[in-house]
Design a protein around this ligand. Structure first.
Ligand code: UD1
Ligand code: MG
Length: 457
């Protein structure tokens, strides 16, 4: 006897009003379907088949190795989807077939195990729950412990609509029983579809079907709309944040911390509100991040301080400081103890150990040595309209405020540039470069001006 799994994911997801297949909408940086497949994988099926239809090619791309896609075209209902999957599986008599919808990402492994544990001796078992508002769901008809069938909302009588216990498209079947029941399905319903729910009625007529109630309806909540997607994402977020807090991460307000599933944090990391860490971002111990940080695929080293900042493909070294109000673009590497301060943008730039770019600067395609200081308002003019050029700033160099560094250009170790200079030639080590017209003073200017105005009047 072996276990096989079918995931139903061919539906349109009409209410999302999107070309993106519903099961590909991201939750914590992973497609909705990936969360479902995690739950399925936790019960170790020998074979997993995902039924795809709407956006089949894009769905296929996200499937992990070992998970097979079968195309259901046209989509003639959940029963038809199960038929298509079985046809791809071959002989299933004697096996257990578990069927899960592709849009319930909160389903827990423990619950799937309970479902499987209820199957022995029965033809089928199904998860049920009590929804506060069961409208739209199939209602479970029961006689005590025995499930008699499922009636779809649109086909239900008013008395049946009053039933609070609903079916949630999650089943375990004995293989031969499933195959036989699918063979007996008809399309004599309101939608002219093959309903998988009807298989339950057929099996209950000649054998046993067990209902396995799920206490928290949120766990089996399907995602059919953006509102439901947001609710489910909030639950996933809470689970992720709770796990990191248990692992030693400090969060001032975990409801306002947004972490992708692939993010990794060290114990002792501190996160203030409105921190969004996406992709493979990491935060090391004793780093303080936020408020207001959006980081994608970025590394924040131990003891670093990053606040009010956007980081994309950036590396912040040990004890480095970023922000407030900084934008670190791809290829930014801040060495230990360096600083990128207020209203500073960097791109493809290395800021050496202990060097500082504290205010109002753009550093693009630059390499800054160690212990250098870049004055307020300094700009690397890295683009000549056709190509990008590099700026190299030596160790301990002092770049005066409002320097324009017209690349390609090298500023030597210990060199100094005068405030307001447009530097177009290399500056040798230890030299001072000043490029600006000499200042002159006009004595008595104010009095002269006042006289002129009086004479006119
Ligand atoms: C279905 C159930 C209903 C249950 C509800 C919520 C049926 C007839 N009804 O209704 O009892 O309360 O789900 O779990 O099964 N799908 C396919 N191919 C198809 C049609 C659907 O793969 O041809 C997939 C969808 O992508 C989705 C799942 O099956 O993942 C359920 O389909 P959906 O259209 O949402 O069914 P409901 O009408 O909501
Ligand atoms: Mg549905």
């Amino acid at each position: 006897m072996s276990l096989r799994a079918i995931v139903l994911a061919a539906g349109r997801g009409t209410r999302m009003r999107s070309d993106l297949p519903k099961v590909l909408f991201p939750i914590a940086g992973r497609p909705l379907l990936a969360w479902v497949l995690d739950a399925v994988a936790s019960v170790s099926p020998e074979e997993t088949v995902v039924v795809v239809g709407h956006g089949a090619e894009r769905v296929r791309e996200v499937l992990p190795a070992g998970v097979q896609a079968v195309v259901q075209e046209p989509q003639q209902g959940t029963g038809h989807a199960a038929m298509v999957a079985l046809a791809a599986m071959g002989e299933v008599a004697g096996d257990t077939v578990v069927i899960v919808p592709g849009d319930t990402p909160l389903l827990r492994p423990e619950t799937l195990q309970e479902l499987l544990a209820a199957l022995p001796g029965a033809a089928a078992a199904l998860l049920t729950t009590r929804m506060p508002d069961p409208a739209g769901y199939g209602r479970v008809r029961r006689e005590g412990d025995r499930v008699l069938g499922i009636v779809e909302d649109r086909d239900a009588t008013p008395e049946q609509r009053a039933i609070a216990e609903v079916a949630v498209s999650t089943y375990a079947f004995e293989g031969a029983a499933l195959a036989a029941a699918l063979g007996g399905l008809a399309r004599d319903n309101d939608q002219g579809e093959y309903y998988l729910t009807d298989a339950i009625g057929l099996l209950a007529a000649s054998g046993t079907v067990r209902g396995v109630p799920v206490a928290d309806p949120a766990e089996v909540q399907g995602v059919n709309s953006h509102a439901q997607l947001a609710e489910v994402a909030a639950v996933v977020r809470r689970r992720i944040n709770a796990a990191w807090m248990a692992a030693g991460v400090w969060m001032l307000d975990p409801d306002r911390v947004y972490l992708d599933a692939a993010v990794s944090l060290e114990a002792g990391a501190r996160l203030y509100p409105e921190v969004h860490l996406e992709g493979n971002s990491t935060v090391a111990a004793e780093a303080t991040v936020g408020p207001q940080v959006f980081a994608v695929d970025s590394v924040i080293g131990s003891g670093a301080r990053v606040w009010y900042a956007v980081l994309r493909g950036a590396e912040v070294g040990e004890g480095a400081q970023v922000g407030p109000f900084a934008s670190l673009r791809p290829g930014t590497r801040l060495a230990a103890g360096s600083k990128v301060g207020t209203f500073v943008e960097t791109k493809n730039t290395v800021v050496g150990r202990g060097s500082k770019v504290p205010h109002l600067s753009y550093m693009g395609d630059a390499t800054i040595g160690e212990e250098a200081n870049v004055g307020a308002g300094t700009i690397t003019c890295n683009y000549d309209g056709r190509e990008k050029h590099r700026t190299v700033i030596g160790n301990r160099a002092f770049i005066g405020s409002d320097t324009m560094l017209v690349a390609p250009v090298n500023i030597g170790d210990d060199a100094v540039t005068g405030a307001g200079s447009a530097i177009t030639r290399d500056v040798p080590p230890g030299a001072l470069a000043v490029e600006r017209s000499p200042q002159r003073e006009v004595p008595g200017y104010a009095a002269k001006k006042a006289r002129k105005t009086r004479d006119k009047g």
